[in-house]
Ligand binder design. Structure first.
Ligand SMILES: Nc1ncnc2c1ncn2[C@@H]1O[C@H](COP(=O)(O)OP(=O)(O)OP(=O)(O)O)[C@@H](O)[C@H]1O
Ligand SMILES: [Mg+2]
Length: 220
C-alpha cells in the first residue's frame, strides 16, 4: 500500500544524510516496528511518510500514486492518521469531542456517532467519567491513549505512531499494543510505529532497525 523508492533525507548537509536509497513496502493488515538509536532519523522518516515534510531524494507512493500527485494536504487529512511523540490532541476539548471532531474534519464514515466514539475510548481504558473532561486534566498516558483512540475512529488506512508507549506503564503498554494489532488485523490498516522497547517491537508483525542510513529487516 505504501512504498518508498530510493528515499533519502538530510537536514543541512547532503554529505551527512540520515538515510539514503531506502526502498521499503508496507501493507495493510500488517504492523511494523521501527527501532534505532536516538537521533538516527526515525521521527524524520515518519514525518516523510506522514506527509509532513518532503523527501530530499526519491519518492513515496500510496497505492502506486506519488504523494506529490495526491497532494500533501489531502494526504494528511484523509489518508494518514498520526500519533505523535507529544500527543497533539485538541487541547481545550474532552476526549469524546477529540474523537468527534477528528471524525468530522476527516469526513469519517462514523462521523457524529457518539456511541462509536465512546466504545473506542472504553476499549482503550478511558473510563466514562474521563471522556467529557478537558484532556489537559488527563495524565500523559491517558492522553496518549486518547490519541490512539482518535486514530481508530477515523478511516485513514495508514497509521503512524512515534513511541506510542513511551509514557505508559506495563499494563497499558500491553493494552495499547493489543489495540494497534487490532487496528492492523481487524480494521485492516497499515500500522507503522517507532519504539525504543524491544518487547513492543517483538509484538509487531515485522521489525526494522534504522542503522548506517538503511532500514534493516530483522529476522523473525
Ligand atoms: N528540524 C531539524 N533541523 C536540523 N536537524 C534536525 C531537525 N530535526 C531533527 N534533527 C536532527 O536529525 C537527527 C534525527 O532526528 P530524529 O528526530 O529523526 O531522530 P530519532 O531517531 O527520532 O531520535 P529519538 O529516538 O531520540 O526520537 C538528529 O540528529 C536531530 O538532531
Ligand atoms: Mg524520535
Amino acid at each position: 500500500m505504501l512504498r518508498t523508492e530510493e528515499l533519502g533525507y538530510w537536514y543541512q548537509d547532503k554529505e551527512q544524510p540520515l538515510f539514503q536509497q531506502v526502498n521499503l513496502e508496507f501493507e495493510v493488515g500488517q504492523s511494523y516496528a521501527i527501532l534505532g538509536h536516538s537521533g538516527s532519523g526515525k521521527t524524520t522518516f515518519l514525518s516523510l511518510i506522514a506527509g509532513l515534510d518532503k523527501p530530499r531524494e526519491g519518492a513515496i507512493f500510496l497505492n502506486d500514486r506519488p504523494l506529490t500527485e495526491i497532494g500533501l494536504t489531502h494526504y494528511r487529512r484523509h489518508e494518514v492518521s498520526i500519533v505523535f511523540q507529544a500527543y497533539n490532541l485538541f487541547t481545550y476539548m474532552s476526549p469524546l469531542n477529540n474523537l468527534l471532531t477528528a471524525m468530522a474534519i476527516t469526513g469519517a464514515s462514523h462521523a457524529g456517532d457518539q456511541d462509536y466514539a465512546r466504545q473506542i475510548l472504553r476499549a482503550l481504558g478511558i473510563a466514562d467519567e474521563l471522556m467529557t473532561r478537558n484532556v489537559q486534566h488527563l495524565s500523559g498516558g491517558q492522553q496518549q491513549r486518547v490519541a490512539i483512540a482518535r486514530t481508530m475512529c477515523c478511516d485513514a488506512k495508514l497509521v503512524v505512531a512515534d513511541e506510542p508507549t513511551g509514557n505508559l506503564d506495563e499494563d497499558n503498554t500491553q493494552a495499547v499494543i493489543a489495540q494497534f494489532q487490532r487496528i492492523a488485523h481487524d480494521q485492516q490498516k497499515c500500522v507503522i510505529l517507532v519504539t525504543h522497547e524491544p518487547d513492543v517491537a517483538a509484538q509487531c508483525d515485522q521489525q526494522y532497525r534504522l542503522e548506517n542510513k538503511q532500514f534493516v529487516r530483522l529476522a523473525e
